[in-house]
Design a protein around this ligand. Structure first.
Ligand code: GDP
Length: 434
């Protein structure tokens, strides 16, 4: 059976922790979209790690980790991450890279960087990891698949064809030097040998694993709001962040996904640029305090180190985010962070031109939305590390009940700290409406 672990919001919900925790009882963990442009923080017996491209099952020797065909594979970053892990004495993960995954190449990173420069103040706040140019090329059918590395003539032809177009852009739109095809080919031939032991038929592997009754986790990157179709377009990423895309990006059959665990934080955070709509944002000193107290080391991007924007829990966005993921249950993280507050606002409606709605709108209306808050009493104590849901203060449990009722999906896991074991299981009276 397949369980998808995906984000309900803007990313950084704590999916890495939940995946790492659930990977213990799993056989296979698959990354199915995105690239090394966001990180998953994992804190375990070996230390603290920010994984960008390796799946979050990488610390378990019994787990097969798969980089699916839907991923933007930055070979250099993968090699760096693998050596960072093994360099600390941790056994090399069991890893299979899809032969159909496409390579994120240095010219994608250059194009991303040049385009952000060109846009100046109107830039999208890209992490400049090359993700948007990569997916544009994939759908324009000029991408390079991992399997192409092992067919040298085909590789040469495809690299030359791609560069014929890129170099016109680089020289004449961005006024930058062209990329040399032969130098790039040399790099790719070196990468080919490094990747060789890992490359395989992941789709065949996954289907066999399903026939053998294995437990598979799909690990999403970013969250619903960042999906280019159902999110806050165009301030989205370029790959589909929804569990449904696992069927394409990991090659699992749609009928095999039995559980969709949507991860959401007990407050909001977003690493996006300041031009993005973020209705429940908290700014000023109060925002600085939440940012400082958030996550495991403050709310700063695991990949970029950028300060994340923070705000109160947004029930409008999260209910929509869970709906489009097809969530069967919710894992609520970072409840411990809110223990310092007397009163906790929760955004329960959007005021758009004087009309209050709890339906998440498309971007032009979202840009105008102002938050409508309900205020709940805080619990004013430290619950960090609590493992027994019943032992949480009444106000904390009421807060979770309130959120659950608003989003309409059973909250089954409540996380009380960044470490693997800092988690409580919650019985929910709610059954999934999906
Ligand atoms: P991901 O991309 O969804 O995996 O999320 P990130 O790893 O980028 O961000 C989540 C942050 O919250 C990380 O710093 C985690 O260590 C931290 N974290 C996860 N769960 C909890 C929790 O329950 N409490 C606290 N305080 N931090 C948490």
């Amino acid at each position: 059976m397949v369980t998808a672990i995906v984000g309900a919001n803007w990313g950084d919900e704590g999916k890495g922790k939940i995946t790492d925790m659930l990977a213990e009882q799993s056989d296979v963990v698959i990354r199915f979209q995105g690239g090394a442009n966001a990180g998953h923080t994992i804190i375990n017996d070996y230390g603290r790690f920010a994984l960008h491209i390796l799946p979050s099952g990488s610390f378990y020797p019994h787990v097969t980790n798969i980089i699916g065909n839907g991923v933007a594979l930055d070979g250099k970053k993968l090699v760096k991450e693998l050596s960072a892990i093994t360099g600390q004495g941790i056994p090399a993960p069991r890893l299979i890279i899809s032969q159909r995954a496409q390579l994120l190449l240095p010219y994608h990173v250059l194009q991303d960087t040049y385009e952000e420069e060109r846009l100046g103040g109107k830039a999208y706040g890209s992490t400049k990891s090359g993700i948007a140019p990569f997916y544009s090329d994939k759908y324009a059918k000029t991408g390079i698949q991992v399997c192409d590395l092992y067919h040298e003539e085909r590789l040469r032809e495809r690299v030359k064809a791609a560069l014929a177009v890129k170099n016109v852009l680089f020289q004449h739109l961005y006024h930058k030097p062209p990329v040399d095809a032969e130098a790039l080919l040399q790099e790719l031939l070196e990468l080919r040998e490094i990747l060789r032991p890992y490359v395989g038929d992941t789709v065949g592997f996954v289907h066999k694993a399903l026939r053998d009754g294995k437990r598979i986790l799909l690990e999403g990157q970013l969250g619903s709001m960042k999906d280019p179709d159902l999110g806050i377009y165009p301030m989205t990423t370029s790959s589909h962040t929804l569990a449904g895309f696992g069927c394409v990006g990991a090659g699992v059959p749609p009928t095999s996904i039995e559980k969709v665990i949507c991860v959401t934080k007990a407050y909001s955070s977003s690493v996006g640029s300041h031009t993005e709509p973020f209705v429940s944002e908290l700014t000023g000193e109060a925002g600085d305090e939440l940012r400082r107290r958030g996550g495991d080391q403050g709310e700063f991007g695991a990949t970029t180190g950028r300060p994340r924007r923070v705000g109160w829990f947004d029930a409008v966005a999260t209910r929509y985010g869970c709906m489009v993921q097809g969530a069967t249950e919710v894992a609520l993280t970072c409840l411990d962070v809110l223990g310092y507050l007397d009163e906790i606002p929760v955004c329960v409606g959007y005021d758009i031109d004087g009309l209050v709605t709890d339906v998440f709108p498309p971007t032009p209306e979202l840009m105008k939305a102002k938050p409508v808050f309900a205020r709940l009493p805080g619990w004013k104590c430290d619950i960090r590390g609590c493992r027994d849901y019943a032992a949480l203060p009444q106000e904390a449990r009421d807060y979770v009940d309130f959120i659950e009722a608003r989003i309409g999906v059973p909250v089954r896991l409540v996380s009380t700290g960044p470490r693997r074991e800092e988690i409580t299981q919650r019985e929910s009276g709610l059954s999934c409406s999906c």
